[in-house]
Ligand binder design. Structure first.
Ligand code: ZN
Ligand code: ZN
Length: 336
């Protein structure tokens, strides 16, 4: 019998297709892709090619000049941005019913290593810590711009996750409006707070740690789960155990612990599924609500093992062909 499960945070339902469910190891990629070179002459993110990107907004380097080599982390505006800093925020009524406005915002790329063939799962802890400190630093800088309502940080890893460049990087987009899906998340969390007086994500952490069947790991500050209503096989959430609304409020010390948790989580996925393609998305409170009680930042990792099809597009409801309790047990059993 298939099972419908509801995510307590969003109230969205998923179908867990028990009969069609595969065993966790059946999701493993059959063969490893061709190994990548350490350096690729035509890659705009490889060291020595800094002139192929717009001027940097951040770089961690010991020596050398801005926009030259010698860095270990580098952030640059996206060369083909979805949104741009210049423009007018007014909403112009045009073409009758249809509203439009300038595409104001900010879109940048954080290059996570000088090495073309690296990935977070296999990096040294120290480098992953530096990546998280760069995420934090750029978030804190962008949040100062009063035009921005939301800052979304995400990574596309692999072709099935929609990446166009192999070189390890993540993206930050600051938007002048709150996108509808995100607003919906905030509203559901706020209404849970209004009803119960608790943060729904704190409740999810507490329940996950009590039940433990979907728990991947727990550290002093963080918990990692496969969520009860996972939308896709091996969906994984990393949450701070104590309430914190915004990723921007993370301390430097906790950012380092988060880095080690993220690396271990991605390493286990790498080992268990043979370097799967995935997206991760940092969900964080809107800038104006960074100190509110109702929202709780967390990172969602969505391996791209199956392609959403007509049913998902038509309903927004996902059919998951794996049981989160089984995938969590499989990932838990892997070495770190
Ligand atoms: Zn490269
Ligand atoms: Zn909370």
């Amino acid at each position: 019998m298939p099972e419908l499960r509801q995510d307590p945070a969003t109230k969205q339902w998923v179908i867990i297709a028990r009969e069609r469910a595969k065993r966790p190891h059946e999701f493993m990629k059959p063969s490893a892709p061709e190994p990548l070179p350490l350096y690729k002459p035509e890659c705009p993110f490889c060291p020595g090619n800094e002139s192929m990107t717009p001027p940097e907004t951040l770089a961690y380097r010991r020596e050398g000049q801005a926009n030259g080599p010698g860095w270990w982390i580098r952030a640059v505006p996206n060369k083909f941005p979805a949104l741009v800093p210049e423009g007018n925020l007014s909403r112009r009524e045009e073409e009758g019913l249809f509203r439009k406005m300038d595409g104001v915002g900010h879109h940048e790329v954080i290059v996570e290593t000088p090495q073309h063939n690296q990935c977070i799962a296999l990096m040294e802890d120290k480098q992953v810590e530096e990546i998280l400190l760069a995420y934090r630093e750029r978030y804190l800088t962008l949040r100062e711009d009063p035009r921005f309502k939301l800052i979304l940080l995400f990574k596309n890893h692999g072709l099935a996750a929609g990446t166009s460049l192999e070189h390890p990087h993540c993206q930050l987009v600051a938007t002048p409006i709150v996108p509808l899906n995100i607003r919906y998340r905030f509203e559901k969390a706020a209404s849970h707070f209004d009803d119960d007086g608790t943060c729904v994500y704190c409740d999810i952490v507490r329940e996950g740690l009590r039940v433990r069947t979907r728990l991947i790991m727990e550290t002093r500050r963080f918990a990692v789960f496969h969520p009860f209503a996972s939308r896709a096989p091996f969906e994984t959430w990393i949450l701070p155990k104590e309430h914190q609304a915004s990723f921007g409020s993370i301390s430097m010390e906790d950012a380092k612990e988060f880095a080690r948790v993220l690396k271990t989580t991605l390493f286990k996925l790498y080992k268990g599924l043979n370097n799967p393609d995935y997206n991760y998305i940092m969900h964080t409170a809107p800038i104006k609500d960074e100190h509110e009680d109702y929202y709780h930042w967390h990172l969602q990792i969505l391996p791209r093992l199956v392609t959403p099809a007509g049913f998902e597009l038509g309903t927004g409801m996902f059919i998951n062909t794996a049981l989160p309790e089984e995938t969590a047990a499989f990932i838990r059993s892997l070495p770190t």
